[in-house]
Design a protein around this ligand. Sequence first.
Ligand SMILES: [Zn+2]
Length: 247
Amino acid sequence: MRPELPLFGWTPDVDAFRLHFGTDAQCRAHVFLCRFRGRLVCPRCHGTAFRLTAHGAHCLTSGCSYTVSLTRGTIFERTRHTFLRWFKAAFYLRTIPRLSARRLATLVNVTYKCAYAWAAKIRVVLGTLLGPTRLRPLPRPVWPGSRLQGQDLRPTAADPEPSRTARRALAQRYSGHLSDKHLPRYLDEFAFDSALGRRLDALAVLLEALPAALPITYRSIVGPRPFRSRLELRLDAARWRRAFLGF
Ligand SMILES: [Zn+2]
């Protein structure tokens, strides 16, 4: 496992985060509280005191070996990383504008694939916090940036043309490369961030929801593996052999 890096930056946001979630014990306690709302009772001995370890809560009654996982059945399912690292990722994603997965990978010291998956999973959770009316693109064929529907975002005094603002923000954030597959999630992220003006407010809402969020698999984010028939694979192998081995 790659070592944990210290928090990046010297802003008041970083100080506030360090105060509340600076250690893994603090993050663990937060996950425990959000997950069970202080109502966890041991089914064996009816004890209510628990000791928290990396990803579990152990009953404190002497002689009772009851343990409950803090990750199973949640977005953290089967993670090898600490809650602290997850929380840091959520913090960077909400407080650093236009943060790419590649940069996130460097900041929290995980692989690119992992950072990409975390960012996408967190985006899915943000989507679950929004109301039923969403900003959604018009169907093809139109230029991607122009596919946002105006009527889904209500104009306010501060922003009379919200769909235009969304379009501009997305163009800045993703430099024009937005696939149809991921566009709805990015729109949810935009709606979430603009609904909660202060970045730390957005983070607080997200961290409250994260421990209770359902598991999301990597496959559900990137889509199913493309199906390839046996014949296709054999043809590929033959082509490869001809090109590189010469027979
Ligand atoms: Zn017990």
